[in-house]
Design a protein. Structure first.
Length: 193
């Protein structure tokens, strides 16, 4: 969980601030003992010292540290934006996002994934992923943090603004909009879908 040092706001730039923070600070341990071949693209951080390991990190990671062969931490495949009142089944979410990465790797093995995942809302004027929970592949997060135009496009419904950002991406036609309509629900007593 990340708590940013900014005032709580829904439509005044919080999501841009969050994604910009994540582009610089979101690091995860490398995969150990995986049976999948490594991707040909990389988010490796070969220039920085990896963070200290936590007690719950895999034994292989500790073994590498003790032997002096510690692998550098890497950027995550995705950054997920989720409301703080949401209950998220993390294993299910990770599984769904992994399917998207694997699908991307099959058809685009040398290109960083460009995936915008969530619950698609379509109305007369807009199409966007609902703001309760959506995920962006790291290449999109990195682009959000660096594109100067986006800093002027932070006011308004944050989920709609994020969709606008995806539409002006230099490779907008290659971004995979992946909707999982049945996986996000409001509480039955909320009075909304």
């Amino acid at each position: 969980m990340v708590i940013l040092p900014i005032p709580e706001n829904m439509n005044s730039g919080k999501s841009h601030t969050y994604f910009s923070w994540a582009a610089l600070n979101a690091w995860v341990p490398p995969l150990y003992n995986t049976t999948l071949p490594p991707p040909t693209y990389t988010y490796s951080n070969a220039s920085s010292i990896p963070p200290r390991l936590a007690a719950h990190d895999p034994k292989q990671a500790w073994s590498d540290v003790l032997s002096g062969n510690a692998a550098h931490w890497v950027h995550p495949d995705y950054v997920v934006k989720v409301d703080d009142d949401a209950f998220v089944m993390l294993a299910e979410l990770e599984g769904r996002l992994r399917v998207e990465i694997d699908h991307w790797r099959t058809s685009n093995p040398t290109q960083d994934p460009l995936i915008y995942w969530g619950y698609l809302i379509t109305n007369r004027l807009h199409q966007f992923m609902a703001g309760e929970l959506y995920a962006l592949s790291f290449a999109l997060v990195d682009w959000i943090s660096k594109d100067e135009r986006l800093k002027t496009m932070i006011r308004g419904a944050e989920d709609k603004q994020t969709a606008k950002w995806m539409r002006i991406h230099p490779q907008a036609n290659q971004i995979r909009w992946s909707s999982e309509r049945c996986w996000i629900y409001d509480h039955p007593r909320a009075g909304t879908v």
